[in-house]
Design a protein around this ligand. Structure first.
Ligand SMILES: Cc1cc2nc3c(=O)[nH]c(=O)nc-3n(C[C@H](O)[C@H](O)[C@H](O)COP(=O)(O)OP(=O)(O)OC[C@H]3O[C@@H](n4cnc5c(N)ncnc54)[C@H](O)[C@@H]3O)c2cc1C
Length: 337
């Protein structure tokens, strides 16, 4: 494997912003990892692990080594009762896994259709969409400790998955390189149709009449209406997380804003960040090439030549205005470098 110097990360991030990596390693096999880690340690370089770059905002150059994960492969491990177990290499494109599972008749991933990125990144923020999260189909993962170089297995409980959260995005952030993920899929199709958009799409149809292909197509259509297409407009999907607030705060907000969109979750009340942002007047806002997507104000976009700093400035203005009006702090879902 060749370690390259001074590489532009623009083709490797879906925001399509300019930033350079001092060093760049394209990881295609397990032995490349050891080589890249040795190089990083010998030269005391910080390490950044990059999958599809669809959850990053680069605001400056990265002075260390970027490990671009490109190891591919799906291995059928076996089945037990209704479950089928697949071990998938971290660099496998997420949508390729969904295509494979659909072709083989392994179910559970349909609602996660069209999420950009790679399999190894999926556990990092416990990707989720339309009522399903990665944790619902997760069995375990294998990772390399970046300090010791040793392999480690993490079970479902050990990953401590939460809403767009896991130990790999909190306490263990930057400590591990996930090399493979094992999924527990189902041989029987149990469609998840509870999410409002999905319910509306299939209105009047009996769940029994809905095929896995039809569900995937529904998710595709719903997403294409709301989200910018990755190849056409720069973005990282939802820029902000939906905030979770206490029941008391929620009740006092309801007095002034009776139409506030909310869902009960174990930690409190999750409210819609899109609603808060819209009510601060940001929907469709654009300054230069940095903007707020008109169909979904949670999504910040790069219409062409915006820099990472410009997008971050816009994000900070939005955070401040939501704080001023609602006294709620929005957190970014995206990894900001
Ligand atoms: C248009 C659009 C729509 C989106 N919709 C959704 C959605 O519906 N739901 C959702 O949850 N997300 C969504 N996202 C966000 C994004 O697609 C997911 O977070 C995805 O899992 C990121 O994958 P990636 O390979 O691009 O990761 P990257 O952006 O490359 O990396 C994300 C994080 O994971 C770390 N990482 C990557 N690979 C590894 C590895 N092998 N080991 C350890 N750490 C690693 C990185 O260091 C970084 O911290 C969307 C993004 C876009 C652009």
């Amino acid at each position: 494997m060749m370690i390259q110097k001074n590489i532009s990360l623009k083709p490797f991030n879906t925001f399509q912003v300019e930033a350079n990596a001092a060093f760049f390693a394209d990881i295609r096999q397990q032995s490349d990892i050891a080589e890249a880690l040795e190089f990083a340690h010998d030269n005391s370089l910080p390490i950044l692990i990059l999958g599809g770059g669809s959850n990053f905002l680069f605001t400056k150059n990265f002075p260390g080594i970027v490990l671009h994960i490109n190891t591919k492969g799906i291995e059928y491990l076996g089945e037990e009762n209704e479950k089928v177990y697949l071990k998938v290499q971290a660099g496998t494109v997420w949508e390729d896994l969904l295509d494979y599972a659909m072709k083989e008749g392994f179910y559970g991933l349909e609602n996660l259709t069209l999420i950009p990125g790679k399999v190894g990144s999926a556990p990092v923020q416990n990707i989720g969409a339309y009522g399903i999260e990665l944790k619902d189909v997760f069995h375990s993962l294998e990772a390399i400790d970046l300090n010791s170089g040793l392999n480690q297995t993490f079970t479902l409980a050990e990953c401590q998955f939460g809403y767009r959260q896991s130990i790999f995005k909190s306490s263990h952030k930057g400590h591990y390189l996930i090399t493979s993920v094992t999924f527990a899929l189902s041989k029987n199709f149990h469609p998840h149709l509870d999410y409002t958009d999905v319910k509306e799409y299939f209105e009047g149809q009996l769940p029994i009449a809905i095929s896995p292909q039809a569900l995937r197509e529904a998710i595709r259509q719903i997403r294409l209406k709301k989200l910018p297409e990755v190849e056409k407009i720069g973005s990282a999907g939802s820029f902000f997380k939906n905030p979770v607030i206490s029941e008391d705060t929620f009740q006092s907000l309801l007095t002034d804003f009776p139409h506030l969109t909310s869902f009960k979750v174990p930690e409190g009340i999750k409210i819609s960040a899109a609603w808060l942002i819209s009510h601060c007047g940001w929907k469709g806002y654009r300054q230069g090439d940095a903007g707020v997507w008109p169909q979904q104000p949670l999504v910040l976009v790069n219409y062409g030549k915006a820099s990472g700093e410009e997008i971050l400035r816009l994000a900070n203005k939005i955070i401040q205005s939501v704080e001023d009006r609602f006294h709620i702090h929005l957190e970014s879902e995206v990894n900001i470098i």
